[in-house]
Design a protein around this ligand. Sequence first.
Ligand code: GLY
Ligand code: MN
Length: 461
Amino acid sequence: MFPTTTYTARRERLRKDVGSSIILILGNNEAPMNYRANTYHFRQDSNFLYFFGLDQPNLASVLDVDAGEDIIFGDELTMEDVVWTGPLPTIAEQAQNIGVAKTLPFNMLGDFVKKAVAQGRPIHFTPPYRHDNMILLSDMLGQPVAKLKENASEVLIRAIVAQRSYKSAEEIAEMERAVDISGAMHVAVMKATAAGKKEAELAGIAAGIATGMGGALAYGIIMSVQGQVLHNHHHYNTLQSGQLLLGDHGAETHLHYAGDLTRTCPVDKKFTDRQRDIYNLVLDAEVSAIESLKPGLPYLDVHLAAARRMSEGLKSLGLMKGDLDEAVAQGAHALFFPHGLGHQIGLDVHDMEDLGEDFVGYSDEIKRSKLFGTAYLRLGRTLEPGFVLTVEPGLYFIPELMDQWEAEGKFTDFINYGALKDWRNFGGIRIEDNILVTEDGHRILGKPVPKTVEEVEALRG
Ligand code: GLY
Ligand code: MN
């Protein structure tokens, strides 16, 4: 955990920004996998971690802003709990470590909240995403589950985003560790890649390193020879000569700060000419996007510049044509680059996505595009020092999308459908790093992970 003062200062700022009433932040509980006692890997809620740091299930917190008092609700372990899961410090001792003097049994939370509701005091809560917490909130607040998302407190959401978007030195050090573990996962996978292996074997190597180095997976592993399927969590293909392997995986540290890296390498020792061409277009877009990062620059512009740059490359290969400014303005590049250039990263791999992407990634001045492709950009707002974000351009050949657009006669001024016929089995390439925006520019987090064609081929031996 960070020092006590980190948590007390975060809560003090939160109380000040919210101003009055009650802030309710629920921790997460164990989630049953196939029966109650066989649970998924426990992951604490990131807002709870940020303000209270306590990493165990069945806790909740209240910040009574009017009384200037924080309370942790939780139950002491029974002897049966100790026998099965081991001893822990008391709730009061744990609360003291994070500067909270008052603790109450969990079952007093309902009475506390119901009394406040009866007194007409507003309860600020974040949009719930776990079903058990939805039911608990619905019961305590007397609101239907279906209304909880829209009734969540915008004041609280904005106050949390206003803190968590700016990473402190201690958070950045933790994120460097997350990226280093993630980098070790990628190096090991690229070294082990070989025709005849299953994607699952390589996913296993990545997962083993994440846990072996003291962390956990920050999100579901993408390890696929079908890289054009963007969030492909299927790992049962056998690698074949001539294919590309796209690996998008990262670790979170034991304090739960995430890394999110992507590398693409040939199953053979070397890229084919065609693979090298596309790889270098993606690499060039990634490196130039990173080089451009500095405070004051809207990330939407960085995204569009990367799309423009990759479109130029595709034009030089005869796959796109026409006026590329117009092509990007109309969204034609999204046939090949149908996702956003990146997102904020921190305690969550898509940081604070539970609070609502537009609160995190957009502003009054910069609104989300409605165009296919650009609409998936999670971060469009102007960059500020302390932001940590991903840069992850990619180029993909998605046969289903190519067929649909061609049949609809879409963007025929910009796309050379005829030339695409023998690219249907290419797959996809993405390259991703994690970047801190500094006062005067940027810094790539973690030790460098091989990414030029030469570096990747050297690793492939
Ligand atoms: N790492 C997966 C994503 O950024 O969506
Ligand atoms: Mn990412």
